[in-house]
Design a protein around this ligand. Structure first.
Ligand code: TXA
Ligand code: MG
Length: 310
């Protein structure tokens, strides 16, 4: 089933494939022309570096200058899985991947199809498989929405987590989380016994350490807004995403997650896209309490929703 996609990757073409977080737009990480196509297809600014996806720990050695004891501990604890680690890079890593930085981001995804694909085609760069600025794809049909019906996608229905991986910079201390995801700061601290800083980049600063954080992201055409606490009116031309407060009425535009934040994360980007299919003007989201924000997936939701609000 994967043969066609493996051949495309080996011949320098771009292929979308599922991971446990979101679909990725893959290209051979050792072929500069193939990597260039990824930037072109996505319309991605060339100063925003890509994550290299690998399928075993050994492959990290080609890209990472040094793999510290902490790095080994983190890899053993969380790989394969939704944690991207940033290392100082080896000189042989293509500059186009790292956007000229002296670091490289590595991740070993958990989805069996991504593992097979990488094991047979070699390491691949893979940003989320959406046009730049659109919500990340969690279904093969989202990829086709952005890149056309004939675009090669390894179709494996819906991705499990629905939000992108945690990005952790371990290239210098103190270690910094640039993007919260399913793996939390607390879990990381438990493994290495060190505090980590959270810097998920509200700054639009040119010198942002993780360039991706300065671009607007994950946004549907509909305006995303938090529901203000006293607001009890529900308008028609909007989608409501609730998790705790009572729903005013049954409607397919009022979605209630009943405290199931994993489900909310799993569906968020699909709901955003669906709001646009229905030409809705707004997506209103119930804010999270500080207690709910103890949950790592709620932190990731808060980060993505805040970025979608812009
Ligand atoms: O879950 C994921 O990570 C998905 C799936 C496909 O694996 N991939 C993904 O890639 O979300 P992308 O390109 O959409 O987001 C990668 C983020 C960007 O914000 C980028 O700026 C940052 O990682 N990044 C990549 N390399 C970096 C580096 N060397 N230093 C700092 N940030 C880096
Ligand atoms: Mg992305």
């Amino acid at each position: 089933m994967l043969d066609r996609y493996i051949n495309l990757l080996k011949s320098g073409e771009v292929v979308a494939f599922p991971t446990e977080t979101v679909y990725g737009l893959g290209a051979d990480a050792k072929n500069p022309d193939a990597v260039k196509k990824v930037f072109e297809i996505k319309g991605r600014p060339s100063d925003n570096p890509l994550i290299v996806h690998i399928s075993d720990k050994k492959q990290a050695k080609y890209f990472a200058l040094e793999i510290s004891d902490d790095a080994h501990k983190l890899m053993d604890a969380f790989w394969p899985g939704p944690l991207t680690l940033i290392f100082k890079k080896k000189p042989q890593v293509l500059d186009i991947i790292t956007a000229g930085l002296d670091t490289v981001a590595l991740r070993w995804p958990k989805h069996p199809l991504s593992q097979q694909l990488i094991a047979l085609a070699g390491p691949v760069v893979a940003p989320s498989a959406n046009s730049s600025g659109k919500p990340s794809p969690t279904k093969a049909e989202h990829v086709k929405e952005d890149f056309g019906d004939d675009f090669p996608v390894v179709d494996a229905s819906e991705t499990e987590i629905g939000l992108e991986s945690t990005v952790l910079d371990i290239s210098s201390e103190p270690y910094t989380i640039y993007r919260p995801g399913a793996v939390s700061a607390d879990e990381i601290t438990k493994i290495i016994g060190k505090e980590v800083i959270q810097d998920s980049g509200s700054s639009k600063d040119e010198t942002a350490k993780s360039p991706g954080t300065k671009y607007s992201h994950y946004s549907p055409e509909a305006k995303v807004q938090w529901i203000s606490s006293g607001d009890t009116t529900f308008v028609d031309e909007a989608l409501y995403l609730l998790h705790s407060r009572p729903a005013p009425r049954k409607s397919d535009r009022v979605i209630h997650y009943e405290g199931n934040f994993n489900k909310m994360a799993h569906e968020l980007y699909d709901r955003f896209r669906h709001a646009d299919h229905q030409n809705l003007e707004f997506v209103f989201v119930e804010p999270f309490s500080s207690e709910q924000l103890q949950n790592p997936i709620v932190q990731a939701l808060q980060n993505r929703i805040t970025k979608a609000i812009g």
